[in-house]
Design a protein around this ligand. Structure first.
Ligand code: AKG
Ligand code: FE2
Length: 234
């Protein structure tokens, strides 16, 4: 990932999702439709772009269905209420991204003081679809600040509420913090962990405020918010 860009490869210890901790012990590949082919390992993996794009499309379709279910669950008149904020999904004007993550094995004493596989953070967009393997380590913050393991369940997808959905719902749905810790036991630290996250973002220029007309959250665009976040975390 080059500065100011949102796609491509980011090496271990590049991003710091919690700015108060050392850089995350993870590496990532961020895919946005239409980003330059030269940035992908297409010689080594010829089907790379096709497979990422197919998976991106499947996730977009599912993401819209999940947002409709959330709208129905909230009792909104129009179950497509959230759709209009994602008009440019998969096109310029919207930074929805498919990110694959690799958490390398961790050797004894390799980590810095306070370093995690992934620091505490909430996701920035509307929702995230998260696919994890069976290694574990993901923990989610509960309402009393306690950390609850999100133990992997085969065949399931985790849906995170992002900051923009929290704003749209006037805080009814919370974008709670999560992190990925390194297992305590030596045998499990030696195992790499893999996950994939589909970050569904609202359109860069769409102004997001609570749909109920309340003023609990000031109007904000995804573009303004993401620039602030990237400045803090890279
Ligand atoms: O790897 C995971 O399970 C979590 C990833 C995550 O929270 C993120 O990339 O925002
Ligand atoms: Fe996250």
């Amino acid at each position: 990932m080059r500065k100011g860009e949102y796609h491509g490869f980011a090496a271990t210890e590049t991003e710091r999702l919690n700015p108060d901790r050392p850089q995350d012990f993870k590496e990532t590949m961020n895919y946005l439709p239409g980003c330059p082919i030269k940035d992908w390992p297409v010689t080594e993996v010829p089907q790379f772009v096709k497979d990422y794009q197919n998976f991106f499309d499947t996730c977009s379709h599912l993401g819209h269905r999940v947002l409709q279910s959330i709208a129905a669950g909230l009792g909104l008149q129009d179950i497509k209420s959230f759709q209009k904020f994602h008009q440019f999904l998969g096109q310029p004007g919207n930074l929805t991204a498919l990110r694959t993550l690799h958490y390398p094995p961790v050797k004894v004493n390799e980590l810095k003081e306070g370093q995690l596989r992934l620091g505490e953070h909430s996701d920035y967009g509307s929702i995230t679809l998260l696919f994890q393997d069976d290694v574990g380590g993901l923990e989610v913050e509960g309402i009393n600040g306690e950390w609850i393991p999100a133990t992997p369940i085969p065949g399931t997808i985790i849906v995170n509420v992002g900051d923009m959905l929290m704003r749209m719902t006037a805080g009814k749905l919370k974008s709670n913090r999560h992190k990925v810790v390194v297992p305590e036991e030596e045998v499990r630290r030696k195992v790499p962990r893999f996950s994939a996250a589909f970050f569904m973002m609202t359109d860069q220029e769409a102004v997001i405020s609570p749909l109920d007309g309340s003023t609990s959250y000031a109007p904000l665009t995804m573009g303004e918010y993401i620039n602030k976040k990237f400045a803090e975390t890279y």
